[in-house]
Design a protein around this ligand. Structure first.
Ligand code: FAD
Ligand code: N01
Length: 547
């Protein structure tokens, strides 16, 4: 055998894996850990130069989670959850990033994580029943399983504003924030967008900047987070019964908040006074459990209107200028766009250095060398912040040229909207899994338990294939069609599809209007388990070719 052949064989085996996992956020790290436990050889490929995913990229001022830290954390390891100490009710981005790095070290994951590696394509070879995953560094890795842990909110949406490149100052996207941070002191800053990222960033930028101008297309409902230090005693009390606490949260519709009362009655069955008392209490408690105030807020338009009226009244109480308060007052269904949780968001509009520009009727005309032009007026800035969100749920997947059987491209298959079975698999793509993919509860839940549930399901499925000598698993077209119909019909029974949200792809021009996540975490988990109990109902299991 020539030296070069043996060398290339050695390289081949170095590039042969049981699984390639794309993405080193919460999902990719835990998936790697589970493959290791199965005694399988897995490699994580990550575009960034560090682990953390969302929490690596989104370093804008004020970035933090709005699911409480004792809940927005892994539960797979009791030692980990007992050891780790959170400092605030809602953890900040630096603290979450520190936690993820701790997990990577604690479970010795780094040797199997390849950073600075963006995946360009993934092609299924039917004869070999293997995936070839190609990176932008021209490297090809082969694997039996291809797992996309690429994130629901990882592909940034930068609208194609005319003259985008003309601006002479720096521009920043909240989802790709410079690691060194940005000092806005004395600067004239323009910010576009008023979603969750902007709602967190605006109060802090306003404290630094000489002048902050906010361009708002659609106002969002925001509830005060009521963040603060997490008392040690509270943390200890949860740790003393962590398993029970996790179990109760996993029974909640959004996989969090079991310590807050989830009312089941209709908002319309209470008197106006009772209702307002309830909303007042929820406002004082803070954050997303506001939506637990009544059982029908996301199902009954009249019930939802009562919550909308309450929040609008609050905005008018907080914001001194009536005209500004009116512009900030959303008209859509509460919760239909993701509810925000803030610290001093509405209060910030009382500052003399903050100006709100309503662009709901007049879109931004163009970016100019000095700033931007909107409503026939030229605005001058030292820098511009784009808080314009993400091409959610499908964006990161479509950035990769993924091809299954017969070279079918995922982009083509999903051109009219994503089609999955359980949000985990898609017909025509054997041994290909998406963690928190479209058609799963994902972004409608506390994503940590959703991610762990997906990873555990995939790991158990892989173990089942191994134990029973199956070469591959693939969703059937019929099962997939049934699931897509079910996802749509559940969504249509709610108020979610009534406004232009990123859940529907409405924030990205040209994206098909399809409600992508699945509403209902506990029934979903039951369904996943039932499918397994029925011998992977709805899947085709391919037998191994022996010899
Ligand atoms: P990500 O963390 O998005 O990781 C995906 C990784 O894949 C990224 O590192 C990316 O670089 C990598 N990747 C993508 N494409 C490629 C490619 N082609 N090649 C190589 N690598 C690639 N959820 C909650 O439940 N509660 C919260 O409070 C909350 N707050 C959030 C705040 C912000 C600012 C944002 C943006 C999201 C928030 N989320 C929250 C959702 C959050 O995305 C998830 O909770 C979770 O972090 C997702 O983890 P993940 O591993 O699935 O994906
Ligand atoms: O993005 P968004 P985000 N011209 O899509 C506007 C999670 N998250 O980064 O509403 C002008 O919500 C757009 O306007 P409109 C959370 O799941 C969580 O803020 O489309 N404006 C909107 O105001 C969240 O939902 C936290 O009319 C344009 C804004 O940009 C998700 O990530 C924190 C425009 C984008 O808002 C995304 O949040 C941060 C245009 N052409 C993020 N295009 C927590 O607190 C878009 N906009 C946990």
């Amino acid at each position: 055998m020539s030296e070069s052949t043996s060398e290339s064989r050695a390289n081949d085996s170095a590039r042969d894996f049981d699984a390639v996992i794309v993405g080193a956020g919460f999902a990719g790290l835990y998936m790697l850990h589970r493959f290791r436990e199965l005694g399988m050889r897995a490699r994580v490929l990550e575009a960034a130069d560090g682990v953390g995913g969302t929490w690596y990229w989104n370093r804008y001022p004020g970035a933090r989670c709005d699911v409480e830290s004792m809940e927005y954390s892994y539960q797979f390891s009791d030692e980990l959850q007992q050891d780790w100490e959170w400092t605030e009710r809602y953890a900040s981005q630096p603290e979450i990033l520190k936690y993820i790095n701790h997990v990577a070290d604690r479970f010795d994951l780094r040797p199997d994580i390849q950073l600075n590696t963006r995946v360009r394509s993934a092609n299924y070879d039917e004869d070999a029943t293997r995936w070839a995953i190609e990176t932008e560094n021209e490297e090809v890795l082969n694997a039996r399983f291809c797992i996309m842990a690429t994130g629901c909110l990882s592909s940034t949406n930068l609208p194609k504003f005319k003259g985008l490149d003309d601006f002479k100052g720096p521009t920043y996207h909240t989802g790709q924030w410079p690691h060194a941070g940005v000092d806005f002191t004395g600067q004239r800053v323009g910010i576009i967008g008023t979603g969750s990222s902007a709602v967190q960033a605006i109060p802090i930028i306003a404290e630094q900047a000489a002048q902050l101008t906010v361009f708002q297309r659609t106002p969002n409902y925001s509830i005060p987070a009521q963040n603060g230090p997490l008392p040690k005693a509270d943390q200890q009390a949860i740790k003393a019964e962590y398993r029970h606490f996790r179990e109760s949260n996993n029974e909640m519709p959004f996989a969090f908040g079991s310590k807050y009362h989830l009312r089941e009655d209709s908002a319309l069955d209470s008197t106006i006074e009772e209702r307002n008392d309830e909303y007042e209490q929820r406002w004082a408690t803070g954050g997303l459990p506001f939506l637990f105030a009544f059982g029908d807020l996301l199902f009954n338009m009249d019930a939802n209107k009562t919550a909308g009226e309450f929040i609008r009244r609050k905005i008018h109480e907080i914001v001194n200028d009536k005209a500004v308060a009116e512009i900030l007052s959303p008209k859509q269904v509460v919760g239909c766009k993701r509810l925000c949780a803030d610290t001093n968001y509405y209060e910030t509009y009382n500052r003399s250095n903050v100006t709100l520009i309503d662009i709901s009727e007049d879109p931004i005309e163009c970016i100019t060398t000095e700033g931007l032009r909107a409503k026939g007026q030229d605005f001058e800035f030292d820098c511009i912040v784009f808080a314009t969100g993400f091409d959610a749920m499908t964006g990161a997947l479509f950035n990769i040229d993924i091809r299954g059987r017969d070279k079918l491209a995922l982009r083509e298959k999903w051109s009219a909207g994503p089609r999955t079975y359980l949000g985990l698999t898609t017909a025509g793509f054997p041994n290909f899994f998406t963690i928190s993919g479209p058609g799963s509860p994902s972004v409608l839940t506390n994503m940590l338990p959703s991610i762990e549930q997906h990873v555990d399901w995939i790991a158990e499925c892989v173990a089942y294939l191994n134990d029973n000598d199956y070469a591959y698993i693939e969703a059937s077209t019929e099962a997939e069609q049934g699931w897509v119909d079910h996802v749509n019909s559940v969504a249509d029974s709610t108020l979610y599809p009534t406004c232009n949200s990123w859940y529907l792809g409405a924030n990205v021009p040209g994206k098909p209007r399809v409600f992508m996540p699945y509403v209902g975490f506990p029934p979903y988990v039951e369904k996943c388990n039932e499918i397994v109990a029925n011998g992977y109902e709805g899947f085709e299991l391919g037998a191994t070719v022996t010899g």
